[in-house]
Design a protein. Structure first.
Length: 122
C-alpha cells in the first residue's frame, strides 16, 4: 500500500473518531444532563408585578386573561436540569418559578423605559 493512501486512511480515521466523540459528548450534555438554558413565558400577577402584556386572537386558539384577548406574563430563564419535565397540555404541571437562591435563574419583568408594552401596577 502506498504511503499516501496509508496516511489518508489514518487521517480519515482520526477525523471520524473526533466527530463521533464530540457528537456523543454533546448528546450526553444536552439529552441526559439537560445542561442548557430554557426561556419560558409564565403567568404574571398584573396587580402586584410589572408584567408584559400579550394579546391573542380567540379564533386562533385558547385565550386566557382578564380582558378579552389579553394576557399578562413574565419571562423566566433557568437551567433545564432544574425544571420538572411534564406536558404543558396536561393539568398538574407545576408552575415554572425561580426557587429561593437558585443559581442561574432569572426573572425578567416588563420595563416601560425600554419601550415595552407593560401592565400598569403602579
Amino acid at each position: 500500500m502506498p504511503e499516501i493512501e496509508k496516511n489518508n486512511i489514518i487521517l480519515f480515521s482520526v477525523l471520524l473518531t473526533t466527530i463521533l466523540l464530540f457528537t456523543l459528548i454533546s448528546f450526553k450534555r444536552y439529552y441526559f444532563d439537560l445542561n442548557y438554558q430554557i426561556l419560558a413565558e409564565v403567568h404574571c400577577n398584573s396587580s402586584t408585578e410589572q408584567c408584559f402584556v400579550g394579546t391573542c386572537d380567540p379564533t386562533q386558539g385558547e385565550c386566557t386573561g382578564t380582558e378579552k384577548g389579553t394576557f399578562y406574563y413574565k419571562k423566566i430563564e433557568r437551567q433545564a436540569n432544574n425544571t420538572q419535565l411534564c406536558d404543558p397540555e396536561e393539568n398538574g404541571c407545576p408552575a415554572t418559578t425561580c426557587a429561593l437562591g437558585e443559581l442561574g435563574c432569572l426573572q425578567t419583568f416588563c420595563d416601560k423605559e425600554l419601550g415595552e408594552v407593560c401592565s400598569s401596577s403602579d
